[in-house]
Design a binder for this molecule. Sequence first.
Ligand code: NAD
Length: 504
Amino acid sequence: MKEQYNAIIRQYWDDVKTVKNFVGGEFVSGKGSKVVIHSAHDESELLSYPDADASIIDMADKAAQLARKAWWGLTAQARGQVMFRIGAKLRDNLEDLAIVEAYSSNKPIRDANVEVAKVAEMFEYYAGWTDKLHGDVIPVPTSHLNYVTYQPLGTVLQITPWNAPIFTCGWQLAPAIAAGNAVILKPSELTPVSSILVAALAEQAGLPKGLINVIAGYGHTAGQAAIQNADIRKVVFVGSPATGKKIAMTSAERGIPCVLELGGKSANIVFEDADLDLAVRGAQAAIFAGAGQSCVSGSRLLVQESIYNEFCTAVAQAAKHFIIGDPLSVETQVGPINNAKQYAHVTKMLDVAKAEGAKVVDNGLPSVPEGTGFYVNPTLLKGRNSMACAQEEIFGPVVVAIPFKDEDDAIAIANDSRFGLAGAVWTKDVGRAHRIADQVKAGTFWINSYKTINVASPFGGFGDSGYGRSSGIDALREYSEVKSVWVETARTPAMNFGYGANLG
Ligand code: NAD
């Protein structure tokens, strides 16, 4: 796959061992300190590049200013047509993009294939919105015609994480440009390549040069410098709660708003009356898919006392059939942890859990490849909700199973968390299912299902999982300014200088 990756990258820039920024339609190098990307499978050095410096941010800003005028100068229908062509272009390049994502972002190739197709779907979905983002006419109690329009913000900054690089790139780019904005996107320094290629392919499909600029670099340098750029009107951040707070503080100093899509500790609640075979499969998919490196992972498994032991054993046993290994192998179902820092965090949290008295259920869980690589055995812990392993985001293939007595107890445990990103309930009692969905504090909730999301449906967090919404029409609103226009229609208008009704 390395040779295939090299051949794909050579279509864009010559030195395949490095990474370029994509700014104003050009591939340019930064001048900052060295960033290195390692293979999570064998820890070898894959790529390295210089961090984006201030001159790159400046170039991106100027390119974005020009491009957004050209983009907004098109009709809404024409913008939609370009976005449809981007969707088609991404589908034409699906295999290449999946190889790039798997190789440069340590993402299992199976998952990468699915995620690239989702990105094409996102552009197609928002292509259909460009000429439907119409305003309103408000029946005001005066002689005015009052209408409301949605206008682009200008240039927006997007900062995305390493766990779903191409997915989060498309997820934020598509609504931002559909609403008429230009974008500076800073992916994780560990996974920039697929986002750069998406931007380049979008231009090949007809997007004005510089409408999307992708900066390859660190968050504390390039990310912070970009927030400070006077032209940025909003920051949309996808990442950890700790970084989210820093982003919000820097943005607040500039007086600009943010959307924060942060982490979670989602409760997956299983009642004794559930279809237990389905619930076991759901519990596994909820945490072990992507090696648990998903914001919506079902990392707290709440199981009714009467079936607790039996259910924990079933989840552990069924998981032994996973094929764990090299992300570049088409056989692999569960890959390694993405990077050394995250691997150290997951293994430390496992040690903390054991020290707190959590018990590993080991009857059946598969073993990871030996030797090098950031592999962590999928792990089911029997524990309590007060333990650190149940309160802190581990972001690895580790689930804490917690027993509960009844409905009220399940809701209380589910809500005893600073997070509120997602959750699920498994039960055949339809009334109970809705009661739980209503009372669990979470932005996304599934009944007898887990992890299904779609670009058409709003997504975001409660509590420390963030604020603002992505996907669907909510994302278009996040990327728009609202303008209210008052047109006097009276033959002899009476002037009203207060906030009261027109006296005419
Ligand atoms: P992270 O917060 O370390 O990094 C995210 C991004 O922020 C990266 O691009 C990074 O370079 C940048 N960054 C880091 N420090 C910065 C700073 N001081 N200023 C500006 N930018 C900075 O997160 P991560 O480890 O890459 O990703 C994992 C986290 O992302 C998990 O908490 C996960 O739950 C969360 N996540 C949330 C969602 C969601 O939609 N809610 C989706 C995916 C991942």
